[in-house]
Ligand binder design. Structure first.
Ligand SMILES: [Cu+2]
Length: 376
């Protein structure tokens, strides 16, 4: 509180206290320091949607760069994270774990209004891995409950990138309480294979993976807490041992399975964006392939093809394009099967369409072993 800092081009210096006096002042300062070029660009306001869904967007665009406006807010709340009713004192962007996927094109300006309502108790900010400078914007977005701030950054690199809260020493606690999401910066002319041929997706889903560290009581049962402050010390103790109690897709065990399975159809190309701001993960489609996979998530690199499993480093996002070839419930798991089966890292696609006997058929149904076959 009270320290001075510089904004954007270094010509505008305001005190933290002045910024606290009014978000409008800070927003004004950022606009005042922007280049004339940026001010001349058309603006587009985007209504974000909760993952695994992704807001409407063009894959390739003939339009020139725009200022894309997004509204993110922080919500501290208790959420249920498994079917036993275990609770987590979660911290979220826009009420969901993960936060929403923001989609723009290379050369666009991402203008984010980040709000921290006074119903929250803690200070938060946001570090966009897709942005250059000031800790990905974190140094310019630290806000107390009751404040909002406006940040603008230019999308200079294509790919999928994580974003997360990074409020100093509290960072690991905020990230493992749910505060991460992803940005997708598409090339203006869309995705391409290694030979430069265009790739198109019929659907896109965003999966954010989180590791949770819920403390247990002396009987081994998960503990519940009334406030974030109550949970803090016990949770830090579990975190420091690096053994998660849960590893989940989209906030909770079962968030993307059963009735929450992601719909798709045979023949469709589905882009799966997957982020993990904390630990490494290894997505795998059960009975399917990553046809084109940007394992490190950056579209300026050629996609790998026909992968069985791919690796996403903690602190990054990756993208895989798959064409579903058979109908049914298709598992999408972290192929550390302990994490998939015991800790929750499992999702389902519900794929409709016609079964292709040529690709697979059960030649004979199960029957008693024929003795002369068994002896061989
Ligand atoms: Cu935070």
């Amino acid at each position: 509180m009270g320290q001075a800092f510089e904004i954007s081009d270094g010509t505008v210096t305001i005190s933290r206290r002045a910024a606290l006096a009014g978000a409008a002042l800070l927003a004004g300062a950022l606009v005042a320091s922007a280049s004339a070029e940026a001010l001349d660009l058309p603006r587009q306001k985007v209504d974000l949607v909760s993952p695994p869904f992704v807001h409407a967007h063009e894959q390739a665009t003939k339009l020139g760069p725009r200022i894309m406006e997004f509204r993110l807010w922080v919500e501290e709340k208790k959420i249920v994270i498994d079917d036993e009713g275990t609770t987590l004192q979660a911290m979220t962007f826009n009420g969901s774990v993960p936060g929403p996927l923001l989609v723009v094109h290379e050369g666009d300006y991402v203008e984010v209004t980040l709000a921290n309502p006074d119903t929250n108790a803690m200070t938060h900010n946001i570090d966009f891995h897709a942005a250059a400078g000031a800790s990905g914007g974190a140094d310019l977005t630290l806000i107390n409950p009751g404040e909002q701030v406006v940040l603008r950054w230019k999308a200079t690199r294509t790919g999928v990138f994580a974003y997360h809260c990074i409020p100093g020493a509290m960072t690991p606690w905020h990230i493992t309480s749910g505060m991460s999401g992803a940005v997708m910066v598409l090339p203006r002319d869309g995705l391409k294979d290694a030979a430069g041929r265009p790739l198109h997706y019929d659907r896109v889903y965003y999966i954010g993976e989180h590791d949770y560290y819920v403390p247990r009581d002396e009987k081994g049962k998960f503990k519940h807490y009334d406030t974030h402050g109550d949970a803090y010390i016990d949770t830090m103790e579990v975190m420091r041992k690096l053994v998660p109690s849960h590893v989940v897709f989209n906030g909770a065990v079962g968030a993307l399975t059963g009735k929450n399975a992601m719909p798709a159809k045979v023949g469709e190309n589905v882009l799966i964006v997957h982020s993990q701001a904390s630990r490494d993960t290894r997505p795998h489609l059960v009975g399917g392939f990553g046809d084109y996979v940007w394992e490190t998530g950056k579209f300026s690199n050629p996609p790998e093809t026909n992968l069985e499993t791919w690796f996403i480093r903690g602190g990054s996002a990756g993208a895989a394009l798959t064409r579903f070839l058979q109908p049914g419930i298709v598992g999408y798991v972290n192929h550390n099967m302990i994490e998939a089966f015991e800790l929750g890292a499992t999702a389902h696609f519900r794929v409709e369409g016609q079964w292709n006997d040529d690709l697979m058929t059960q030649v004979k149904a199960p029957e008693p072993i024929v003795s002369n076959v068994a002896r061989k």
